[in-house]
Design a binder for this molecule. Structure first.
Ligand code: C5P
Length: 220
């Protein structure tokens, strides 16, 4: 086998997607940002006034939500519309974890993720990739970094994208999402038994990527 499936999970803003994107580029693999999919569903709910607690509304809405990634730049498309910018703001960040607790939503996303990754040569990042979506992945990484580091990184990302947010708002959002994501009943965030733990607190980006490449080279 020469086209692997690589699962990267971890807490919010720990550097998962930066690592996943860089590895995908190095390996010539495709990259699937599964968090962007839950964010796009959340944006759809917000636009249609759907409450994440409303079972009936969710059941009706889910079949109308189609999510793709534009091949040129990996921007997420919600029913064909590029919503990459909209999904990164605090409004979506504050509602995405409650939405992602809903099994109807997860079922639909997991089905699409498995389909997107069925031929291998793919890196997915998220919360449940190594535990639920691809439990037989060839390599599983679980990324962490301390709370301060994650807050600083996410804050500078948001500020350089021209958003007005405070450090406290970002810190609070990360804490809240991590709590909800790791305590939900369906597919909670946890490190798979066979995942390799990467602590990104003191690693520079280059070192993290080098380490990832080494681990990929060791797959047999
Ligand atoms: O990865 P990102 O931080 O963009 O993910 C946003 C949210 O989507 C997470 O906080 C989590 O609630 C949800 N998510 C999930 N399962 C995944 C990926 C993301 O529940 N595989």
């Amino acid at each position: 086998k020469d086209k692997y499936t690589i699962a990267i999970d971890g807490y919010s803003a720990c550097g998962k997607s930066t690592l996943a994107r860089a590895l995908a580029r190095r390996l010539g693999y495709s990259y699937i940002d599964t968090g962007a999919m839950y964010r796009a569903v959340t944006l759809y709910f917000q636009r249609h006034g759907i409450d994440p607690g409303d079972d009936e509304a969710i059941r009706t809405a889910v079949p109308h939500i189609h999510i793709d990634f534009r091949p040129e730049d990996n921007h997420v498309l919600l029913n064909g519309e590029d919503v990459e910018h909209q999904i990164r703001g605090l409004a979506v960040s504050q509602m995405v974890s409650p939405v992602a607790t809903r099994s109807e939503v997860r079922r639909a996303m997991v089905q699409q993720q498995r389909k997107m990754g069925e031929n291998g040569g793919v890196i997915l990042d998220g919360r449940d990739i190594g535990t639920v979506v691809f439990p037989d992945a060839d390599l599983k990484l679980f990324v962490t970094a301390d709370q301060e580091t994650r807050t600083d990184r996410r804050l500078s990302e948001l500020l350089s994208a021209g958003r007005e947010v405070s450090r406290e708002e970002v810190a609070e959002n990360l804490r809240e999402r991590d709590y909800i994501d790791s305590h939900r009943a369906d597919s909670p965030l946890r490190q798979a038994d066979d995942a390799i733990l990467l602590d990104n607190t003191h690693l520079g980006l280059e070192e993290l990527i080098e380490h990832g490449v080494e681990l990929v080279n060791r797959i047999k």
